[in-house]
Design a protein around this ligand. Structure first.
Ligand SMILES: *Cc1c(COP(=O)(O)O)cnc(C)c1O
Length: 366
């Protein structure tokens, strides 16, 4: 039996008519930039994130870049983050001219180890950027405490974690800003690129809003150097159709996770640890196993979708060699990169499919 890592066609089949009519509505108006769909999505995403404001973005990456630029982070500044993340987190810091400063991860959650953050703060530190990896929020209280003490901004990379919670608080609502991605494989995915920034800071919201349109206000008068960071109305139309299903889809992922948890408990397979402070949305279900690469090959051979998120930590990336890091600098991130593997978790999985995944994993490991 073939079990893909993600099956977007299965999801699309359930909403096809609504999506087609929403897209057709946008096409009929020929309002191809901005417009009511973008504004409506911003309002709704702000609301589900318990935030006052939201600004659409052309991608999750551009949501992060706009946030950094709007916080005036650049050359000479430092931003503390995790080396165990998708490239965009660190790529954006680097593109502003600021220096990414890594601290290792907590091996249980794969998120930034907050005990190591304080000692990474210097006079040049401007912000902390925790990443809520795989759908689970980072331990935000200690991060906010350090940020408050040193007057730092906190940018939540919540690309994988829209609507997940930490002590009952929504992703994106705890820090200064939160950044979401609508990349198709995220829990709320468009039919192309898209993203959003949420905040409760009105002044920052105004800046983000201007920056997404080349920093102009009014048009052709540029107070800042911004960019084209706009969310496409076609994406907004599709996302508005999907948004009401988000909770039920995340619930489906949690049900699948519980199913796997039960099967893997007490075996060599290390199941994801979810902190009692958190409700995760399981953008990924990542297990830790011995002989990971053999398992990867075995699953692929048996048509079971799987992926390594992420095989090379950021401090060991060629493009960041100038930071001067070496193997061994962040041992937990390196260990995770060698031991982790994501298996299918999408909500439309059947029990038969999950059993097939479990069987294939045990074939290899027992
Ligand atoms: C997906 C992702 C991004 C980037 O989002 P895009 O929409 O692909 O630009 C940033 N950070 C993390 C952690 C992500 O998973």
């Amino acid at each position: 039996m073939k079990v893909p890592l993600l099956d977007l066609k299965a999801q699309y089949a359930t909403i096809k008519d609504e999506v087609l009519s929403a897209v057709s509505e946008v096409l009929d108006t020929q309002m191809c930039i901005g417009g009511p769909k973008v504004a409506e999505l911003e309002e709704k995403v702000a609301a589900i994130s318990d935030c006052k404001f939201a600004v659409g973005a052309s991608s999750g990456t551009d949501a992060i870049l706009n946030s950094l630029m709007s916080l005036d982070i650049g050359k000479g500044d430092e931003v503390i983050t995790t080396p165990f993340t998708f490239f965009a987190t660190v790529g954006c810091i680097s593109r502003t001219g600021a220096k990414p400063v890594f601290v290792d991860i907590d091996p249980r959650t794969f998120n930034i180890n907050t005990e190591l953050v304080a000692s990474a703060v210097t006079k040049r530190t401007k912000a902390i950027m925790p990443v809520h990896l795989y759908g689970q929020m980072a331990d935000m209280d200690p991060i906010m405490e350090i940020a408050k003490k040193h007057n730092l901004a906190v940018i939540e990379d919540a690309a994988q974690s829209i609507t997940s919670t930490y002590k009952g608080r929504k992703a994106g609502s705890v820090g200064t800003v939160g950044c979401f991605s609508f990349f198709p494989s995220k829990n709320l995915g468009g039919v192309g690129d898209g993203g959003m920034i949420v905040t409760n800071d009105e002044q920052l919201y105004n800046r983000l809003f201007i920056m997404r349109n080349h920093g102009s206000k009014p048009k052709y008068y540029h107070k800042y150097v911004g960019g084209n960071f706009r969310l496409d109305p076609m994406q907004a139309a599709v996302l508005l159709v999907k948004l009401p299903h988000l909770d039920e889809w995340s619930e489906g992922r949690r049900r699948n996770a519980a199913y796997y948890d039960e099967k893997f408990k007490g075996t060599v397979v290390e199941i994801p640890y979810i902190s009692p402070d958190c409700v995760t949305i399981y953008n990924q279900y990542c297990i830790r196993v011995p002989k990971r690469d053999e398992l990867l090959a075995h699953l692929k051979k048996n048509n079971i979708g799987c992926e390594i998120y992420y095989p090379v930590p950021m401090h060991l990336q060629e493009c960041f060699a100038f930071l001067g890091h070496k193997k061994g600098d962040f041992p937990e991130a390196e260990k995770a990169a060698n031991e982790i593997i994501a298996i299918p978790i999408y909500p439309e999985l059947t029990d038969e499919m999950k059993d097939c995944v479990v069987k294939a994993v045990f074939e290899m490991l027992n």
